[in-house]
Design a protein around this ligand. Structure first.
Ligand code: AMP
Length: 497
């Protein structure tokens, strides 16, 4: 595969008018309040208008959706028709995304940009009734946004015909592969005309993504607004080492510290497992912090309510797993906290990509415990920089000081016992050690019975499905096969085999 890398085209001087976009699109953009293109738009729009394939390394929040949607709308305009006949509205542009949230977001953008034109668009994703989607498809749309599984359901039901697709967008392609969509993608692409324009966007460029691009893109132009697998310069990253067992207290400390400094209280806290997610949210609430958990055991309605609460400010800390947080469009996220370092370094890039969007600055704070060093090394290798280490007042990162004090005290007591010629007193010694252990750090063991109860998934739980998100993450690291349950868990792709 040969690729062309585009020189930076004086992004600062570009305007939407300078791309030759139609007045109807420009009007929609001005209604959106967009005054000038973002760097990815400045690079992508002219290339897509030329009909070239694109391999775009762009994180969410860079404006990449308009980067592909605007030129696609422009290119489809000559084929727009005011006719009511479905035959005059075949699917000409297909945009595939990994999750329903992202699909909905992309569709929402497309609909806004195309609102003054006769082009029709719709979105299909799993987890909801197929019938209204079928009706919309049967009426005819030029632009279809879809998650792969549900799209194949519609293909099977013959409610959609993809034989006239001229443009294909693979959005968050790395996520689609992580979620096991490769076979579905291959089936879908096989249904499309070979003669088409393909645009692939990905936050990270793993060897699998490069292989996908080599298979389906023709001499793509590589567009990069940030180095691939890099993190945004506007994001202040910091890691704090604490002792195992102090992590919850450390998050509380960080959130209180931010509040004291007058910084926004809103943040997303990432946790690797669903059970850890619920526990942390509950702990934060007990500490007086408005928190809510969002993970795969929550119903779509619960997730939407939580998200709404977060957006309207009644929830300050959104405690989320990677899978649940994927595709959430939360603008101006001031802070991301990693309660757990992610198992996959690429997830770190995704997680912290939620802050520092559209030029704003943000904080990405991570907590790690002894034993997590390898995860941190992997992250630093991927982002090609070291993450500064910070200290948290009142927290003993290694437990070394406490251990030293403990051993000094033990030695003193042994000396006293020796002097008395009495070796008994171990019970008291143990008790004292225990008391000391309890007071040496900011960690207070919880007396809430919730924390000692075994985990019980909610009745809506996807527990019938075999994979927990943590296992799925571990599997995805190992590039192993059965990843479908994660998509199903999300409702992104419930499939009849
Ligand atoms: P995206 O990366 O496509 O998810 O876009 C992130 C956010 O930036 C969305 O809320 C867009 O509406 C917004 N956006 C995209 N392009 C522009 C622009 N040129 N000017 C201002 N906001 C934009």
């Amino acid at each position: 595969m040969t690729t062309t890398t585009l020189p930076d085209q004086n992004a600062a001087e570009q305007t939407f008018e300078s791309f030759g976009l139609d007045a109807r699109i420009l009007r929609a953009l001005s209604e959106q309040g967009y005054t000038k293109p973002t760097p990815i738009q400045a690079q992508a729009i002219p290339v897509v208008l030329l009909g070239k394939d694109v391999m775009g390394a762009a994180q969410t929040g860079t404006g990449k959706t308009a980067g592909f949607a605007l030129p696609i709308i422009q290119r489809l305009l000559p084929m727009a028709s005011a006719s009511a006949s479905p035959a005059r509205h075949p699917v000409r542009a297909l945009m595939l995304t990994p999750t329903r949230e992202l699909a909905d977001q992309v569709y929402d953008n497309v609909a806004r940009y195309a609102k003054h034109t006769d082009l029709r668009s719709t979105v299909v994703f799993g987890g909801v009734d197929m019938n209204p989607q079928t009706d919309a498809l049967r009426r005819g749309v030029e632009i279809l946004v879809a998650t792969p599984g549900r799209l194949l359901d519609h293909v099977q039901q013959k409610s959609v015909n993809l034989s006239q697709v001229q443009m294909l967008v693979l959005d968050e392609a790395d996520r689609m592969l992580d979620m096991g969509f490769l076979p579905d993608l291959q089936r879908i692409i096989n249904l499309l005309p070979a003669q088409r324009q393909t645009l692939l966007f990905s936050a990270t460029f793993s060897p699998e993504i490069k292989r996908l691009a080599a298979s389906y893109l023709k001499q793509p132009v590589t567009i990069e607004v940030a180095r691939s697998n890099s993190t945004n310069e506007n994001v202040r990253q910091m890691v704090y080492q604490v002792e195992d067992g102090q992590k919850q207290a450390a998050v509380v400390h960080l959130l209180r510290q931010r509040a004291e400094q007058g910084l926004s209280k809103q943040c997303i806290v990432f946790v690797n497992s669903k059970i850890g997610c619920s526990r942390l949210a509950r702990h934060l609430e007990r500490e007086g912090i408005n928190a809510a958990a969002i993970h795969g055991d929550k119903t779509q309605t619960e997730r939407m309510q939580t998200l709404e609460g977060f957006k309207n400010g009644t929830i300050d800390a959104l405690v989320a797993t990677d899978v649940a947080a994927r595709g959430l469009d939360i603008a101006d996220m001031p802070c991301v906290i990693n309660f757990d370092l992610p198992f996959s370094a690429e997830d770190y890039v995704h997680r912290i990509g939620r802050t520092g969007r559209a030029g704003a600055s943000g904080d990405a704070l991570s907590i790690f415990v002894p034993g997590d060093e390898r995860l941190l090394t992997d992250i630093e290798k991927l982002i090609k920089r070291s993450v500064p280490r910070g200290t948290l007042e009142g927290f003993d990162p290694t437990g070394e000081k406490a251990r030293q004090e403990d051993s000094d005290r033990r030695r003193q007591r042994t000396d006293v016992r020796r002097a008395r010629g009495n070796g008994d007193g171990e019970g008291e010694d143990r008790r004292r050690r225990h008391d000391h252990g309890g007071s040496r750090s900011a960690f207070r063991p919880s007396d809430d019975p919730f924390f000692s109860r075994p985990y019980e998934p909610s009745p809506n739980s996807a527990s019938a499905k075999p994979a927990d998100e943590m296992i799925a993450a571990a599997l995805s690291r190992g590039r192993q096969a059965p990843k479908r349950p994660v998509a199903a868990l999300l409702g992104g792709a419930p499939r009849k085999s």
